[in-house]
Design a protein around this ligand. Structure first.
Ligand code: OXD
Ligand code: MN
Length: 620
């Protein structure tokens, strides 16, 4: 089969030739060329387009998608350079049930992952990928996670038959020639292959959102490869994000002594100008982006954004834990993002944004639930159907998204893409818990903090398929994202702690903004007021205030939380910090049940933490 390496023609053939898409002729890329040829021979695209990451190329791709009906150009008067994509109604979230870890041994995937036998899975993938790109363009996208050439950065290449994925990767990562130079210089690169699984017969009309009912999101941890088939949505298609920067990177981190985490990253600056770096792990759609863009309600405090979803953490020679955000953009959940909840995000989205599955206004702008308090009188919903407030269904899909460059965030830190990252002072673990879990609990030491991280549970949200509201264990908010056995991952966390200087390691806290009172009302105002919790944490790490011991960890004294200007009552505070030994012993039983799934592989240090927790609760 002949494959045109250049699109649509070589320069010599005529004036219509673009300056992008051509195969780069760089010494040292033989392995990359051979791999691209191999994937093209398997998937049989009509043409191969090498993505150079240029503005001209991006503009042309977007224009092409608009012409094909795959994107709607928004009214530039309201939203310059911005587009709306509507997915197929069956392809709206990460498909965890179809996400596999194909490690040589099942035990290395562990009980929380779907394991697939690698040789069998390769055979299956060869079957579904055969001819899967027929009639389409195969794009080759070299990308870097972290600044190109940075000491904590890693590179990869994604081949994909989705122009939407190319445009999204262009926002979420650093794409282009610099990465090819790194490959040519011999740096290891991760291979990622993506097809929407919708080949076109000659002359067949394409659809708005090609995808396939059969889906595979497969990771090969031994060879550091990702193969994704059948979905064009988010983490299923932007393979640099969850597949590479979390699942594959967690494996690289295990082997190299660092951590790939589902964490936001911020710099908090106190009224005296002192800066503290905080990383926080929350399950999907639990307010990470809101906390990443916090505007504190306490006077004099400021927050600078460094990242909203992923952080790579590496012990430095100075005994501190250094962190980078490996991404270059935000792929945020739109519903619930509004003037009153996250004005920074709203300002970030002024233009140059790709929206997916939000509603369209008659004036050519977008809308989603929570953007404004009052919905517009009429809209076109995410499925393209007419909508009014009386329709009785959401106008935007609950997992609708925006994709926007981090640099557009008005409170982005000036050094957000510094290659060496920032030294961490604080790590937060959180979840969405209506009961039991206090507003904030301080871990007594690193191992206790790892225990807290390993026991996180949260009510399900719309970010993945499943029943919204159901409680599920989500240790370290990494349940769907850890590329190896989570018991080993807990052990790895303990080992990383041992590489840190005890007085320089970040302090660990568990937080819960979502506790409800006996009357069903949220007890804590959340959002900008979460800075009040961070203020207490910072005073703790500076040794300015004592804390109160409880069976589950250290709690604030009520008088140490700055509540000026809130309407949180003493009764609310009592409920926010109540620790009921009986329900906590039940939580301990659930932890034991969860740990038992790992067949004796849970680190002894964590079993000891569980036993001590029970001991303290029984005596409370
Ligand atoms: C995300 C997720 O998209 O966690 O960030 O689902
Ligand atoms: Mn996430």
């Amino acid at each position: 089969m002949a494959i045109a390496d250049t699109f649509p023609r070589t320069r010599e053939e005529g004036p219509v030739a673009p300056v992008y898409g051509l195969k780069p002729e760089v010494d040292g890329l033989a392995e990359l060329y051979a791999w691209v040829d191999e994937i093209a021979a398997l998937t049989q695209p009509e043409r191969v387009h090498w993505v150079d990451g240029s503005r001209a190329e991006n503009d042309a791709l977007l224009r092409e998608m608009v012409a094909e009906g795959k994107l709607i150009k928004l009214n530039p008067e309201w939203r310059p350079g911005s587009y709306l994509a509507r997915s197929h109604p069956s392809d709206v979230a990460r498909t965890e049930a179809r996400t596999f870890i194909a490690s040589e041994k099942a035990i290395d995937a562990g009980p929380t992952n779907n394991w697939a036998e690698p040789a069998e899975m390769r055979e299956t993938l060869q079957g579904v990928f055969a001819g899967s790109m027929r009639g389409r363009t195969m794009y080759v996208v070299p990308f870097s996670m972290g600044p190109v050439g940075g000491p904590l950065s890693h590179i990869g290449v994604q081949v994909t038959d989705s122009a939407y994925a190319v445009a999204s990767i262009g926002i979420m990562t650093r794409v282009g020639a610099g990465v090819l130079r790194e490959i040519a210089a011999g740096k290891h690169w991760v291979k990622t292959v993506h097809s929407v699984g919708a080949p076109l017969a000659p002359g067949e009309q394409d659809v708005e959102w090609p995808c396939n009912d059969e889906k595979y999101i497969v990771h090969f941890p031994e060879t550091l490869e990702v193969w994704s088939y059948g979905s064009g949505y988010g983490g299923n298609a932007i393979l640099a994000k969850k597949c590479f920067a979390l699942r594959i990177a967690s494996v690289i981190g295990r082997d190299e002594g660092w951590l790939a985490e589902h964490m936001l990253l911020i710099r908090v600056i106190d009224p005296a100008g002192r800066a503290y770096h905080v990383a926080a792990a929350f399950p999907s759609a639990c307010g990470k982006t809101n906390l990443a863009m916090l505007r504190p309600t306490i006077p004099g405090w400021r927050v600078e954004t460094l990242g909203d979803d992923i952080a790579w953490l590496r012990p430095g020679e100075d005994g501190r834990l250094w962190a980078i955000n490996p991404e270059a953009g935000f792929f945020g959940v739109a519903p619930g993002t509004g003037e009153s909840t996250n004005v920074t995000a709203v300002e970030t989205l002024w233009g140059n944004t790709i929206f997916t599955n939000v509603a369209l206004r008659p004036d050519g702008d977008v809308w989603w639930e929570g953007l404004t308090d009052e919905p517009p009188a009429e809209l076109t919903d995410w499925e393209g159907k007419p909508w009014t407030p009386a329709s009785g269904r959401p106008a935007a899909h609950p997992n609708s998204r925006f994709t926007v460059s981090a640099a557009q965030c008005p409170q982005i830190a000036g050094d957000w893409d510094a290659p060496q990252g920032v030294p961490l002072d604080v790590i937060l673990f959180g979840g969405r818990r209506a009961t039991n879990v206090p507003l904030v609990v301080e871990a007594t030491d690193w191992t206790h903090g790892v225990f807290l991280g390993s026991t996180i549970s949260s009510e399900r949200t719309a970010a993945a398929e499943g029943t919204v509201g159901e409680l599920r264990r989500d240790p370290f908010a990494m349940l769907p994202f850890c590329g190896y056995n989570m018991a080993d991952y807990f052990g790895h966390w303990i080992e990383v702690g041992q590489k840190l200087r005890f007085d320089r390691a970040p302090r660990i806290y568990q937080v819960n903004w979502f506790r409800k009172g006996s009357d069903g009302r949220f007890l804590w105002p959340g959002f900008g007021d979460n800075a009040r919790v961070i203020d207490w944490i910072i005073r703790r790490i500076d040794g300015e205030v004592p804390a109160v011991d409880s069976p589950i960890g250290r709690l604030p004294r009520p008088q140490d939380l700055d509540l000026d200007g809130t309407d949180v009552t003493q009764a609310d505070l009592d409920e926010l910090f109540a620790v009921d030994p009986v329900s906590w012993l039940r939580e301990a039983d659930l932890t034991e049940e969860f740990y038992a799934k790992f067949d004796g592989r849970i680190p002894a240090a964590l079993q000891t933490e569980l036993a001590s927790l029970r001991y303290r609760l029984q005596r409370a």
